[in-house]
Design a protein around this ligand. Structure first.
Ligand SMILES: [Zn+2]
Length: 341
């Protein structure tokens, strides 16, 4: 009898100690998650982004027109980058290209490819976050002048590279994401969102397991409306399918990047209809919550004057970090974000 009482008392004391430990650990893990995210976000630098963007938007890549030699060079550049960083392909081995035949593009286009890289989640590997940006652009005009497309969408392309590199560093230090992340460089955007359309029709991972798509298309410049306060980015779509995604995105920005999030183009009444005009829409159409990151249009938009010397690299780095923090939270939070609309 005594012995049992003693054991019961001992167990209940143990229980109290254990519970308070759990609470302490939970608080600590939030703290650690924030600090960890900050540590790896700091690896996203304006210098690295600039180095890559001067390559992606160089004359050598001839405006990255879908299916043309310049775009193939850009695809090789992306592939070499992922190999050099030890970031795997979801297709296995050194196969980083999801090849799209003319039949799935349009009659006047040569076959082209989405470039894909992958980090496998440590706890929920079957749940996938897709971080995307198109890497194609307009090619050259009749006079052979090159559309360098530094902002559109060299900026998004190098942002995806930098985010992948930051997550890979976290993996190497034992802090990899719980969910898997697919880094998706889509082709054929300028021809009608063709690469992302192909991806959702022939997904590498089931769309039902795809928790969210963060899409970046033009984040290296400012538009006229923000001439005097460039510390901003337009967010489009964040609240359309998931309240949780919208709140999480706001929370990460309030905590870390403190950009002015401008929702002007998120209004259903906005005549520009940007929500439907970049690659995120192919995911949204399939009920996958999305956020589209965008700086708005400017005088060099779709002109040969969209060159890398006009990019604000500090701003590009900050906006890239916002996407990274948001991705970190989506990939690591306890439960998959909820679709509620
Ligand atoms: Zn674009």
């Amino acid at each position: 009898m005594k012995k049992i009482l003693f054991t019961a008392l001992f167990l209940s004391l143990l229980q109290v100690g254990f519970n308070s430990n759990i609470i302490a650990q939970a608080a600590e893990s939030v703290e650690i998650t924030g600090k960890l995210a900050q540590k790896f976000a700091a690896g996203i630098t304006d210098a690295d982004l600039k180095t890559h963007l001067y390559m992606i938007a160089s004359d050598e890549f001839e405006g990255r027109n879908t299916g043309e030699p310049g775009q193939k060079l850009a695809a090789e550049y992306l592939k070499d980058f992922y190999i050099s960083k030890n970031i795997a392909s979801p297709l296995g081995e050194n196969n980083y290209f999801q090849i799209i035949s003319t039949e799935h593009l349009s009659q006047n286009l040569k076959p082209s490819e989405n470039v894909v890289a992958f980090i496998k989640g440590s706890e929920k590997p079957d749940e996938i976050l897709v971080i995307s940006a198109h890497y194609d652009h307009l090619g050259m005009d009749e006079d052979g002048e090159i559309y360098n497309g530094a902002d559109d969408n060299g900026s998004g392309t190098v942002a995806v590279m930098a985010i992948a590199e930051a997550f890979q560093k976290a993996v190497e230090e034992g802090n990899g994401p719980k969910r898997s992340i697919l880094f998706l460089h889509v082709t054929g955007e300028e021809k009608g969102l063709l690469g992302s359309k192909y991806y959702v029709n022939f997904p590498i991972f089931p769309l039902a397991n795809t928790v969210s798509n963060l899409n970046i298309d033009m984040i290296g410049r400012s538009d006229d409306a923000h001439e005097n306060d460039p510390n901003y980015v337009y967010l489009i779509g964040s609240d359309k399918l998931s309240k949780e995604l919208h709140e999480l995105s706001e929370e990460m920005n309030n905590k870390f990047t403190k950009l002015n999030l401008d929702y002007t183009y998120n209004l259903d009444s906005d005549p520009n209809r940007f929500y439907y005009r970049s690659d995120q829409y192919n995911f949204a159409k399939n009920n996958i919550p999305v956020i589209f990151y965008f700086n708005g249009t400017h005088e060099n938009y779709h002109r040969i004057s969209d060159t890398p010397d006009k990019i604000n690299y500090e701003l590009l780095a900050k906006r890239t970090q916002l996407v990274f923090y948001t991705a970190w939270e989506i990939a690591n939070r306890e439960k998959r974000i909820t679709v509620d609309k």
